[in-house]
Design a protein around this ligand. Structure first.
Ligand SMILES: C[S@@+](CC[C@H](N)C(=O)[O-])C[C@H]1O[C@@H](n2cnc3c(N)ncnc32)[C@H](O)[C@@H]1O
Length: 324
């Protein structure tokens, strides 16, 4: 086995995994396999000028897709550590092969995420297709890493009083593709924000993130940017050579300043008993705010700020006021 940490191989990922990656060596796999539709059709779909797309994207013939998927997913299962996570990004054409292959492993399904993006495939006489599937599975044998509060604290609310943490962890994600006029890119380059989200929730600094289909090395670039180690495979020599030079420009940790720090402090009065005076003040403020055109969520959000209390503390008091 060679030194695979922060090393990227210009090889087929199935034989490459067998040669370079030991059993249980990887903490997180994030990968976007070829779609099994011919390259020309892809160009048509996305209505793009092809001048800036690096050629060298290698497709898998549709008739081989099922067996190809089964083989690389078997390798993915082997290289993951117990408790490790895998996210597979897929269109719908061959989704059934990927689901079938995942279900033949010991990997456990956690979520089937829908990623909605902009610039969908324009169609006139049917619905516009503008989503991908992200299949999130974990390997049994240890507790998976899931950093629930790494992006939004438990108490953080939006303007209407909704929980930001809950919203960020819903399984429909709206994340736009990046528009990079005049820059070279791989077909289907994944957005940085999508990769940051996955890598933050499902790995810790210093852990190893692997992408079996590197393309433009977007997973590896974000992983290094968040101070994780990275490894992976890209079969196209042209794409690999170009991106190996790009990787030299990536400074480990450079994305850390881009990510938000969650607010973890509890509201100052949370958990403290309510005084009679405070309850009376709450009742009168609730009635005043209800006269304005505000939703209940907005009113509670405002009262949380004014009373230094948590959302459910205020909600329970308001419900008991109403029933009195
Ligand atoms: C959908 S793209 C990946 C895009 C990538 N996630 C990005 O953000 O740029 C799939 C990539 O897998 C590569 N590929 C195809 N067959 C492969 C194989 N057997 N082993 C490794 N890479 C392969 C293709 O050349 C292509 O670059």
């Amino acid at each position: 086995m060679s030194d695979y940490k922060n090393n990227f191989f210009n090889e087929d990922c199935i034989t490459g995994c067998q040669q370079h990656l030991p059993d249980a060596s990887v903490d997180l796999i994030v990968t976007d396999p070829p779609y099994g539709i011919n390259g020309g059709a892809l160009d048509k779909h996305y209505h793009r000028k092809e001048d800036y797309v690096i050629d060298g994207y290698v497709e898998v013939p549709p008739e081989e897709y099922g067996e190809f998927t089964r083989q690389w997913i078997t390798e993915a299962e082997r290289i993951l550590k117990p408790g490790g996570s895998i996210y597979v990004i897929s269109g719908y054409t061959h989704l059934y092969h990927i689901l079938d292959a995942l279900r033949q492993t010991s990997l456990e399904e956690q979520n089937h995420i829908i990623w909605k993006y902009n610039f969908g495939v324009y169609t006139k006489n049917k619905y516009v297709s503008s989503h991908y599937h992200i299949l999130y599975y974990t390997k049994p044998g240890a507790t998976p890493t899931f950093n629930t509060y790494v992006r939004y604290g438990a108490q953080e609310k939006d303007m209407g009083g909704g929980s930001l943490n809950y919203q960020d962890r819903e399984d429909v994600w709206t994340i736009n593709r990046e528009y990079k006029p005049g820059q070279q890119k791989n077909k289907n380059e994944l957005p940085t924000d999508l990769l940051i989200k996955i890598i933050q929730y499902s790995s810790n600094p210093g852990e190893l993130v692997c992408d079996l289909f590197l393309g433009s090395f977007s997973t590896a670039k974000v992983a290094r940017g968040l101070n994780r180690d990275a490894t992976g495979f890209e079969i196209s020599t042209k794409a690999w050579q170009y991106q190996m030079k790009q990787m030299e420009q990536i400074h480990p940790g450079h994305l850390l300043k881009k990510i938000r720090t969650p607010e973890t402090t509890l509201p100052e009065n949370q958990g403290k008993p309510w005084s009679e005076a405070e309850l009376q003040r709450l009742e009168s403020r609730f009635r005043e705010l209800s006269e304005d055109a505000r939703t209940k969520k907005q009113i509670i959000g405002k009262l949380c700020e004014e009373f230094g209390r948590g959302y459910f503390g205020i909600l329970n008091r308001i419900n008991s006021l109403k029933s009195e």
